[in-house]
Design a protein. Structure first.
Length: 121
């Protein structure tokens, strides 16, 4: 029976790992795991591991399977949370967000107008 789910985000020199219990609560979060081989040695038959499909993911999947854990390799294009993070950068985070252009419908004989920021709030 699976008791823990490990989500592994692999990078070139380290991995970020989130561990959830059966209720979906995060029980552990490792920001920088530099030795993934050692981490995998701690897995057993009660663990499931989720890996993003990339080069080397099936190498790691074989190592995970040898420990008796279940693994899943997912297509990152099918998961919105991964796709949304691709365009995230520090440069974009520093840019103030513009109020979206909202149209307010007025009677049919008048054109739509853009409200002021006070009307948006």
């Amino acid at each position: 029976m699976i008791r823990r789910v490990h989500g592994i985000d692999r990078h070139k020199s380290y991995s970020t790992i989130a561990v959830l219990n059966r209720e979906g609560q995060e029980v552990e979060f490792i920001v920088r795991c530099t030795d993934l081989k050692e981490y995998i040695k701690c897995l057993d038959g009660e663990d499931a591991v989720i890996l993003e499909a990339s080069s080397g993911s099936f190498y790691w999947a074989d190592r995970i399977e040898s420990r008796g854990a279940v693994y899943y390799v997912i297509d990152p294009h099918k998961f919105r949370i991964i796709k949304d993070s691709w365009n995230k950068s520090d440069k974009q985070d520093g840019v103030p967000r513009r109020i979206p252009f909202l149209w307010v419908k007025v009677p049919r004989w008048q054109l739509p107008v853009q409200p002021s920021s006070e009307e948006c709030m």
